[in-house]
Ligand binder design. Structure first.
Ligand code: PLP
Length: 481
């Protein structure tokens, strides 16, 4: 009988192709600055370059790697370009990429402590390190009643927090008989859309999300929050959670955590703090005011996959009472029973998240923290914050531009003085040049351009070049040319 099984890649071939793939990535990262930041393909172009049916016979791996340049690269928007100033950064770094590689090589399913103790214990340990590195409240450390876990995203963290909050507010009834229609959730009008999505998925419904007005700095008004909660309670609703944002996506506004926390404490609501991008800044003691009052929070998350040199996906999610989270998410079928779980001495992270399975994501975080050291990570944040301050000064003194919201940390929002249409034209021209990529938002009801300084390799030279481009195009738009 001839062997008819699959043709596996031999260890020797894996080495050869692996080195080639690493070379390809290294070359990409060397060259990335030279590409137009935004992909210029039209819808369908990438699919048109692909065969309509999958291959029946095995293909040479060289051919597969070759198609990266031919098929894939033209359709890439270069998030790793130092000229990427759009949305939020999606950092990657050498040690993080290698962490992903090792994680893939181990191919571990870390759903239970038992299914790979290192996957769980390294994660718990590195998340405790981050409590220290960011100066987070001790209640979030695993030595207390709380602890941290890596989620795929801030969206999932918000949903897990909401499910735990929902169960706490209903004494477990929502899980048993379905969420009663009386639950209400609160976030500012500037909160991320993932909060409303979580409210929908948790069965509470968008109509029961109260969008609390903001002040002149686009931060949530605690007085308006208290009023909304009290009005709902009077009508017989069951207010269950407030989401405060530390660094809104649109303009990097900071909700006043301490005052919001006090409102929540007085009324028994769960407080979740979403610091997806800004949290990383707390690496620097001089920037920790962004977390003032965080000890009043029941849960908190930030994304090292935005601004801390760790590849997507890596959201660090902390709770101050892990029992509340685990109680709301744990179901133990017979096929997952095991002696370690029975002892109650181990963490089974499947109970801290929505899926059962989980990757060994702590590796990339561990690699990054060790490779850069706390000092290296702080240096990245400090450089970006300093560049952003300078840029905000340049924008503020330009005759054709004005600041649209108070610039904080690594984000500046600005307008064209000739109005919204001029702003949109300016953005279009800057992005069409391929030399920089910015995205728009709305601040105080008006069109604004956002420029976020956060890419791993962005330095003064890149910010200066982007500014020169923006300045020149803003003048052309003003002149009507
Ligand atoms: C980016 C962002 C999110 C969403 O992050 P994901 O991890 O992609 O879900 C949520 N909240 C804020 C404030 C953000 O900036």
């Amino acid at each position: 009988m001839p062997h008819t099984g699959p043709r596996h890649m031999t260890p020797d071939d894996f080495r050869r192709f692996g080195y080639a793939a690493v070379d390809w990535v290294a070359r990409y990262l060397e060259d990335v600055e030279r590409f137009p930041v935004v992909s210029r393909v039209r819808p369908g172009d990438i699919r048109a370059a692909l065969p309509s049916s999958p291959p029946e016979a095995p293909e040479d791996f060289e051919a597969v790697l070759g198609d990266l340049d031919r098929v894939v690269l033209p359709g890439i928007t270069h998030w790793q370009s130092p000229n990427f100033f759009a949305y939020f950064p999606a950092n990657s770094s050498g040690p993080s990429i290698l962490g992903e590689l090792v994680s893939a090589g181990l191919g571990v399913q870390g759903m239970l402590w038992q299914t790979s103790p290192a996957c769980t214990e390294l994660e718990t340990h590195v998340l405790d390190w981050l409590v220290e590195l960011l100066g987070l409240p001790e209640t979030f450390s695993s030595a207390s009643a709380g602890g941290g876990v890596i989620q795929d995203s801030a969206s999932s963290a918000a949903l897990c927090a909401l499910v735990a909050a929902r169960e706490r507010a209903t004494a477990g009834a929502a899980n048993r008989t379905g969420a009663p229609g009386r639950l209400t959730v609160y976030a500012s009008t500037e909160a991320h859309s993932s909060i409303e999505k979580a409210v929908r998925i948790a069965g509470i419904g968008s109509d029961n999300l109260r969008k609390i007005p903001t002040d002149d700095r686009l931060a949530m008004r605690p007085d308006a929050l208290a009023e909304a909660i009290d009005a709902d309670a009077r009508r017989g609703a069951l207010p269950c959670m407030v989401v405060a944002t530390a660094g809104t996506t649109s303009t990097m506004a900071f909700d006043p955590l301490r005052q919001i926390g006090e409102v929540c404490r007085e009324r028994g609501l769960w407080l979740h703090v979403d610091a997806a991008m800004a949290g990383t800044a707390a690496l620097c003691p001089e920037l920790r005011a962004i977390h003032d009052g965080l000890e009043l929070a029941d849960s908190y998350c930030f994304n090292p996959h935005k601004w801390m040199l760790v590849n997507f996906d890596c959201d660090c999610f902390y709770v101050s009472d892990r029992g509340a989270l685990v109680d709301s998410l744990s179901i133990l079928p017979d096929y997952l029973r095991n002696p370690a779980t029975e002892t109650g001495e181990v963490i089974d992270y499947r109970d801290w998240q929505i899926p059962l399975g989980r990757r060994f994501r702590a590796l990339k975080l561990w690699f990054v923290i060790r490779y850069y050291g706390a000092a290296g990570l702080r240096a990245l944040v400090r450089e970006h914050v300093a560049l952003t301050r300078e840029l905000a000064d340049w924008i503020g003194s330009d005759p054709h531009l004005e600041i649209a919201a108070p610039p904080t940390l690594n984000l500046v929002c600005f307008r064209h003085v000739h109005g919204d249409r001029a702003g949109a034209t300016l953005l279009e021209r800057v992005n069409a040049s391929g030399a920089a990529y910015l995205t728009p938002t709305t601040a105080h009801g008006r069109y604004a351009l956002r420029l976020c300084v956060g890419q791993a390799t962005t330095t003064r030279r890149h910010v200066e070049a982007a500014w020169e481009l923006v300045r020149r195009e803003a003048a052309r738009v003003a002149a009507g040319s």
